[in-house]
Design a protein around this ligand. Structure first.
Ligand code: MTE
Ligand code: MO
Length: 325
């Protein structure tokens, strides 16, 4: 698998350079405290009020809402931040919350390169101030047939793309996660279950990347993105399975060829490039017709394109979605 991939490994950070205590370790402990948690389980949009008592900064508490937001009941903060897929930390869904809690997401640089006129390095905070974020309440559907509704905070990827002036050769966009086994224990060789070929990578076709539903996410529930959810920057594409939502991005590159993506490399018969949510195309080992919304007892039917078909079905007209799964 390795030789198929032209990759640029990042230099490893010496452990002496790692700050032991992270200022961004954030509000979780506070928010999860007794009464707040009890309230939190029922809250829909009152989270801002709840969090206003937090002594920690809430940089996105006043982020505007969006017409693209779902009006479904939110999945509670606790579930969103303690039931995660993040193999750089663990293959166990409950462990990233603990293992990534002190993940140092500053300083953080994102490189934008490839087929564009304005390649450059962005400091994460520069990116956050240059592209103001809004709240996007999206359905979040994992290929493992569970789902959540999450109040993400982010800005349209299209805005960063435009600012980068892609050339006519830019047909796709490719993303890579940080590769740093010192900070991401799941990347250590021999780590139990650490089976992926690092760095984790993903890609989108340019029209998918430019779609206004596609965001770069910098927060959730009004706060900075917790480590386990992909601090400080992750991709969110709500009509696709969760694995397209690559976390802790350090590299964005415009390409002419379709990029490789981690799960497709890992198991090509099970995970495609497109990964559009589709109840009619089963995973070879299980059905995609239904999903269990975390926190709810009964399964519900999965919707084509995760319910975003009115916005995105046109992108795939004429394509055989059982072949381009
Ligand atoms: N770098 C990286 N990104 C990743 C993953 C991962 O293991 N590593 N898991 C993916 C999968 S399978 C899902 S379902 C979502 C989970 O996002 P969440 O933990 O914020 O719900 O992240 C995706 N992004
Ligand atoms: Mo997933």
């Amino acid at each position: 698998m390795d030789m198929l991939i032209a990759k640029k490994r990042l230099p490893e950070i010496k452990s002496s350079e790692i700050t032991p205590k992270c200022v961004y370790r954030n509000r979780r402990e506070f928010i999860m405290g007794g009464a707040a948690l009890a309230l939190g389980l029922n809250m829909t949009s009152s989270w801002a009020a709840l969090q206003s008592e937090s002594p920690f900064p809430k940089p996105f508490a006043d982020a505007p809402g969006s017409l693209y937001s779902s009006d479904e009941k939110l999945t509670d903060y606790e579930s969103v931040t303690t039931y995660n897929n993040f193999y750089e930390f663990s293959t166990d869904k409950h462990r990233p919350a603990e293992l990534a809690k002190n993940f140092m997401a500053r300083p953080w640089t994102i490189s934008v390169a490839g087929e564009c006129n304005k390649p450059r390095q962005w400091d994460i905070d520069e990116l956050i101030s240059k592209f103001p974020s809004e709240e996007r309440i999206y359905r979040h559907r994992c290929v493992e047939a569970w789902s959540m509704v999450v109040p993400w905070i982010g800005f349209e990827l299209g805005k960063l793309i435009k600012a980068s002036e892609p050339t006519a050769n830019a047909k796709f966009i490719e993303f890579e996660t940080l590769h740093d086994p010192q900070r991401m224990p799941g990347q250590k060789p021999g780590f139990l279950g650490g089976t992926l070929d690092w760095p984790y990578r993903e890609g989108l076709r340019m029209d998918e990347a430019m779609h206004p539903l596609t965001i770069l996410t910098v927060g959730l529930y009004g706060e900075y993105l917790p480590g386990q959810n992909g601090a400080p920057l992750r991709l969110t594409v709500p009509w696709k399975y969760g694995f397209k939502g690559i976390k802790s991005i350090v590299s964005i590159r415009f390409t002419e060829q379709q990029p490789q993506n981690t799960w497709n490399l890992q198991a090509p018969s099970e995970y495609g490039f497109y990964a559009n949510v589709n109840p009619e195309v089963d995973h070879p080992r299980w059905s995609q017709a239904k999903e269990r919304k975390i926190g709810e007892l009964f399964k519900q039917p999965t919707l084509m394109f995760n319910g975003y078909g009115d916005h995105v079905a046109d992108l795939y007209s004429g394509m055989d979605l059982s072949r381009h799964f």
